[in-house]
Design a protein around this ligand. Structure first.
Ligand SMILES: [Fe+2]
Ligand SMILES: [Fe+2]
Length: 264
């Protein structure tokens, strides 16, 4: 199975990049399934129903979450939950929404996706991502050997440890959250693909998506002016995974870091 996993989609810039480029990138890479992290896709924070529809139309099948997912709770309050929209699995048990799913392809193959959030330097109060993650892996593994974990975390040590903890049990552990793509992609000894951070699909001329000027004011003067999403320097950050259908082990992981120009 060929999987495209897109790093944190940021605001209207991220959506426009997908609208103009995703179809071509998917064709070029022979993609079967596209997953994107959508925690910042609505103006930098959260996600809405309308945006979920747009992302599906652009060619994203499953959307993962992060520490900004619950910024707008509305979409997670619906029952049953919006299909193939995840928030971190290890939020408290009472939190609405879901953190794991199984997506069926039209040819009968299935892919499991788990969204987890780290605790170090993000939120110490979350449930343990290691134990919660392992339980979800064991549940999904009864239905498919192909399992992708989005680990939305700050500390590279936490990401590396989770990937090695799940090595051989999942197809890939892909880091998100920092919005900066790392160059450490590899296949771990038991066949799990790993990268510390996939990066961001959004405006490169920014401080992780927001206008530099507004963030700089905070660092210089401790001011609390409203951060504004940036739009300049559109870039597409993702990884392409090639996974063995029967074993679920990764054959390859390749980074995409592509600067694009607006077409319209
Ligand atoms: Fe993010
Ligand atoms: Fe985040």
């Amino acid at each position: 199975m060929r999987i495209l996993f897109i790093g944190d989609l940021f605001g209207s810039t991220g959506r426009r990049i997908l609208a103009e480029n995703l179809e071509d990138i998917s064709k070029e890479n022979n993609i079967d399934v596209c997953i994107a992290n959508g925690e910042n896709v609505a103006g930098g924070r959260g996600i809405t129903r309308n945006i979920v529809k747009k992302l599906h139309k652009y060619g994203v099948q499953v959307i993962t979450g992060g520490n900004h997912s619950m910024y707008d709770m509305e979409i997670y309050n619906s029952s049953p939950p919006v299909k193939y929209l995840l928030r971190p699995l290890n939020l408290h048990n009472e939190t609405k929404g879901t953190g794991k799913t199984i997506y069926p392809l039209s040819d009968g193959r299935k892919i499991g996706i788990i969204s987890l959030q780290g605790r170090t330097f993000v939120d110490e109060n979350l449930l343990c991502p290691f134990k919660t993650g392992m339980a979800a892996v064991e549940y999904i593994a009864r239905q498919t050997p192909i399992i992708i974990v989005d680990f939305h975390a700050e500390a590279t040590s936490e990401k590396i440890c989770l990937a090695n903890y799940l090595d051989g049990k999942v197809s890939a552990v892909l880091g998100t959250h920092t919005h900066v793509q790392t160059a450490d992609e590899r296949i771990l000894p038991k066949g799990t693909a790993f990268i510390s951070d996939v990066g961001m699909t959004g405006p490169e001329k920014s401080a992780i998506g927001m206008k530099l000027e507004t963030i700089l004011q905070k660092y210089l003067y401790q001011s609390h002016i409203r951060f504004e999403p940036a739009t300049e320097g559109p870039m597409f950050n993702a990884v392409v995974l090639d996974i063995d259908d029967s074993s679920g082990k990764a054959n390859t992981i390749s980074r995409i870091f592509k600067r694009v120009t607006y077409k319209t």
